[in-house]
Design a protein around this ligand. Sequence first.
Ligand SMILES: Cc1cc2nc3c(=O)[nH]c(=O)nc-3n(C[C@H](O)[C@H](O)[C@H](O)COP(=O)(O)O)c2cc1C
Ligand code: SF4
Length: 405
Amino acid sequence: VTLPRLLAGAHSRRPVSLAEHVQRHGRADARSLVELVSASGLRGRGGGGFPTGEKLKAVRDQGGRAVVVANGTEGEPASGKDKALLRSVPHLVLDGAALAAEAVGADEAIVALGADARRELRVLDEALAERRAHRVDGVAIRLARVPNGFVCGEETALVSSLNGKPPKPTTTPPRPFERGVGGRPTLVQNVETLAHLALVARHGPEWFRAVGTRAEPGSILVTLGGAVARPGVLEAALGTPLRAVVAASGGTTAPVRAYLVGGYFGTWVAADDAERLRLLDADLAAAGAALGAGTIVALPQSSCGLVETARVARYLADSSAGQCGPCVHGLGAIAGALERIARGKESSPRLVRWLEQVRGRGACRHPDGASRFVSSALTVFAAELENHARGRCTGGGRPILPVAA
Ligand SMILES: Cc1cc2nc3c(=O)[nH]c(=O)nc-3n(C[C@H](O)[C@H](O)[C@H](O)COP(=O)(O)O)c2cc1C
Ligand code: SF4
């Protein structure tokens, strides 16, 4: 079975045109799509990993005039895979949005992009013009820009933005699948998930399952960053050893201290442990990690894990939507403590208590994700913690984790 699937035929400098796209993939229809997607075992690629077939069913079963939202906001600063996908194979994502819309009884699909995604907006605009000229879609597809920010891509925050309200998560029912954009049943799906769905509609579930494992089938887009020769986005079968993914990116460029797996809601994993893992939630769970949206960063020995973690913790605290006390104050306090620890001015007992206190205390999973990320740093960088307490830092290099504009 050959990979890439999603990125097949992608050029680095220009998007795949409609003619090239149709020549490569043919056309698809939405007949039995909900059942095909359920049988494929496809799970959401936006970070939550929820079974896509179940989401499609939930929206279809509402029976109303639904809306599909393709989530292309990609608020995670270390992730580039959704933007790469949109820039290179826009028609695959648009096919997925249109097919999902037909399958759940929606007459409208909205592709949501962050306000700074100017190139992706232009590419999609042109792709939509091509589709209109060739009357490809039976549903209306439009583009929407929403505020940038780590929390703005959370699905209830996204729905709120699209309804003209502030980009803040909500926990109270109704949930988007019941009443979302314009009060209509709303399917929010990550753009990569929709691209996979577009291929499942053409080739069926057995084809999808021909790569990956039985429990975690298919391929995923990985954004690899840090101390690797060719940082960027690549497509890998689920179950691929992390070592092979790093090798496919030209290998490491320096001795690696640890890998950040799963982005800023993910976990640090010590280099030796990480290199034994496969890209599978089953493997990663054993190491206390998860794949999330597929972001992996190799931290070189020359960088300090505590300094990196303090910077990201401050970014996550600043990204709080500002409506739940434990999130606003807790994450701020956690970031402050880490900054003092990184400067050798404090030890960690208070921090450990705060990390426990913020879990499960927000309207969305933001504090839980931030807490997990910081907790993993305290375990993986235990030796650095001791060094810092003695006023010594073993990694004075430039910080490598991006913390967004
Ligand atoms: C704080 C936070 C930020 C999120 N940011 C994104 C994002 O940028 N893009 C995305 O697709 N999903 C994001 N999600 C997940 C969405 O809420 C939602 O689960 C996802 O878009 C559903 O699509 P999927 O099932 O295809 O993954 C975020 C979730 C949380 C809690
Ligand atoms: S937990 Fe934080 S990010 Fe989530 S809604 Fe509450 S304040 Fe906003």
